[in-house]
Design a protein around this ligand. Sequence first.
Ligand code: FMN
Length: 147
Amino acid sequence: MKKALIVYGSSTGNTEFAAETIESFLSENGYEVALTDVSNAGIDIFDETHDLFFIGCSTWGEDEIELQEDFEPFYEDMTGSLSLKKKNFAIFGCGDSSYTYFCGAVDMLEERVRRLGGNLVCDSLRIDGEPEEEEIDEWVQGVTNAA
Ligand SMILES: Cc1cc2nc3c(=O)[nH]c(=O)nc-3n(C[C@H](O)[C@H](O)[C@H](O)COP(=O)(O)O)c2cc1C
């Protein structure tokens, strides 16, 4: 059975909803899935063997990009000695396109995963406003096809 891990940071529940929707889709499609709020996780989760890692984070801030606050310490630890080589990633997050940096946190995470050698299996999911199950399911289907 394929294994996936989803780690997410969410302040008002939107990215959490997206993470739970991804979890449901994967478990209905033959994956063994672990779901964790980033506030309960350290970067050692990347030591584990999984076929796919999903990283979800909403965007905050006004004049500059701010990651969802629980995500900050985790992101700060994603440096230097951490290697993500040979690991598959898919990134998602909620935002609002009326802000200057729409889903800027997703851009930051993409850049960081790439820099640490991780493989982004497909385009990231940037959700504008309220997350909808259909849009998320369609994206996860694409991720699993590409992985
Ligand atoms: C003060 C504030 C700043 C925000 N800044 C941004 C931003 O820079 N870019 C963006 O795409 N969305 C921004 N948003 C929108 C949130 O990312 C959006 O509401 C999202 O759905 C929150 O997801 P969460 O509930 O998972 O934390 C901001 C929202 C607030 C209230």
